[in-house]
Design a protein around this ligand. Sequence first.
Ligand SMILES: Nc1ncnc2c1ncn2[C@@H]1O[C@H](COP(=O)(O)OP(=O)(O)O)[C@@H](O)[C@H]1O
Ligand SMILES: [Mg+2]
Length: 295
Amino acid sequence: MVKFRGSDFISGFHDFAIRRGGLTVYPRLVAAQHTSSFQREFIPSGVTALDTLMGGGIDRGTSTLLIGPPGSGKSTLALQYATAATERGDHAATFVFDETKSALLSRSVGIGMQVNEGLGAGEIAICQIDPVAVSPGEFAHLVRSSVERDRARVVIIDSLNGYLNAMPQNNYLTAQLHELLSYLNNHGVATFFTVAQSGIIGANMTSPVDASYLADSVVLLRYFELAGTVRKAISVLKKRTGGHEGSIRELWFDKLGIHLSEPLLQLRGVLTGGPIEVEHADEHKRRIQPGDHVT
Ligand SMILES: Nc1ncnc2c1ncn2[C@@H]1O[C@H](COP(=O)(O)OP(=O)(O)O)[C@@H](O)[C@H]1O
Ligand SMILES: [Mg+2]
């Protein structure tokens, strides 16, 4: 719309969809039109070491980027915050672009994670998005419904790579995403979004989109090699709303859930993929089991 005499209107371009039953217009999301008061509080993950790493927890009304190569644990960590929210009786919603609902559910069962699917309190809505069929405007509309209708307190967008595929052009993505994240922050939602990096191990990781400046917190996941095995590492790069640990910890999953080691103080170069032990070089060949404190 370019002119509407006697009334205000939301300028700019709006997505629409023509489906059986008619045409639906999805008004452009303007975050500044949505403010609500909410209490600043920590959202714990239910994994003590993860909360310690995050400086106590994630703040309500902030967004967290989980970034790392495929299989490094981004989706699982995000879902952990969602299941912890449902255990507190909150509603959570996850928008899944890259995998099927059944893959997500079977992985969760494998690591002992309780996912109660549904639209109510204490339940997680798992919304599988087809990036080819859904426009950014329609996606924003789905996110709004989950917040305003279903009262989601934790929202996951998994992944931005998938979201990117739904977008006609790149600079438009950043603006829309920024608006969406601001909207979610204004509603006191804890948002988690993931970016899959290409490159499996080593320092030469590339991202399809630089979203780190959009996020209030950034969690970095990496693979590293140690004693003939490939391990996962986790570190927090930034947290806008408070302190966090500067350490790198090992991360692993088993049927009991998510585990983090103590900070890997004796290893140097974990994020390059090929660390060396700084003090006990003679014990370099010692096989370190997941969770061993490398002292
Ligand atoms: N039942 C399980 N036991 C142990 N580890 C598992 C299990 N299921 C999945 N994993 C681990 O989780 C990883 C996948 O995590 P995921 O959160 O899907 O990663 P990402 O979203 O970064 O691609 C796998 O690489 C595997 O190491
Ligand atoms: Mg994933």
